[in-house]
Design a binder for this molecule. Structure first.
Ligand SMILES: [Zn+2]
Ligand SMILES: [Zn+2]
Length: 271
């Protein structure tokens, strides 16, 4: 059995291509000892993953990737959790999803008041996953002839200064980390090299338990920089493939020693 872990994997429960069971099988094939399932804003795929892991002999770590906001930049925060908290977690995450849906209702309401006919059914028609967002509203507006292009949709209806503009309700870094800690989780900033700002770690240091140092798109020198930051601030250094099933990455293409999993779970139990 392998002795390494891939701590960033997406299933079909968020925007990944493969089911949790398929991913567990693939992970076993590439000789991983553990994977963390880190779907966007949901832990609904965990149950299946854990079952498959038990059968196949692969450890599945409970995780989630939360979108949050830092001065108008979208930042992703990974949470890793001690075993046994999944149900409570999912309940709370659904509450956040409902909050996001409220935005779609508000947009529809404003459009209707401006005489633009559209209803929630038309919008849902364009949403495959659980949650609905602005892009689904845009597609529905084009489908019913209210606009001819995405550009027109945003210019006339949905963009800033347009008639039905409703800003996105995002978690702040503080809220996301508090959420993770409330559920006995460890907060790790995801892929710091993928943001429009390159000092996301420095700006969020006070909240973090860990940094995702090793990542497919990070350069070796940036990884060195992140690792030094982690050591200096006594944070856990993690890594993962962010595998979604498409593109050139594969599961386990970035892996960390299993000792990192042990450390994450120790801290998760302690917080
Ligand atoms: Zn991400
Ligand atoms: Zn991800």
């Amino acid at each position: 059995m392998g002795s390494s872990a891939d701590l960033h994997v997406h299933t079909s429960y968020s925007d990944g291509m493969y089911s949790p069971t398929e991913l567990v099988r693939m992970a076993r094939e590439v000789n991983l000892k553990a994977i963390a399932i880190t779907d966007h804003d949901t832990v609904a795929g965990l149950k299946e993953a854990k079952l498959a892991g038990k059968e196949i002999g692969l450890e599945v770590v409970a995780g989630v990737e939360l979108s949050c906001e830092l001065n108008d930049n979208e930042i992703h925060m990974l949470g890793y959790f001690a075993p046994g908290k999944e149900d409570k977690l999912e309940e709370r995450l659904e509450w956040y999803q409902a909050k996001r849906e409220e935005r779609a209702f508000e947009i529809i309401d404003r459009l209707n008041r401006k005489g633009v006919k559209i209803d929630i059914g038309e919008v849902r028609h364009f949403s495959t996953g659980k949650s609905i967002g602005r892009l689904h509203v845009a597609k529905a507006l084009m489908a019913n002839g209210s606009a001819r292009s995405i550009h027109e949709v945003f210019h006339r209806y949905l963009g800033p200064d347009a008639v039905a503009y409703v800003p996105k309700a995002k978690l702040s870094i503080k809220e996301a980390v508090e959420f993770i800690h409330e559920h006995h989780g460890v907060a790790v900033i995801a892929h710091p090299g993928m943001y429009r700002i390159n000092d996301a770690v420095e700006q969020t240091l006070e909240y973090l338990d860990g940094i995702e140092v090793w990542y497919p798109e990070h350069s070796p020198s940036f990884e060195d920089h992140l690792y030094a930051l982690a050591i200096k601030n006594r944070l856990i250094a993690t890594g993962g493939s962010d595998y979604h099933g498409v593109g050139r990455n594969h599961i386990g293409c970035v892996r960390v020693p299993y000792a990192v999993v042990t450390r994450l779970l120790e801290v998760a139990v302690g917080v």
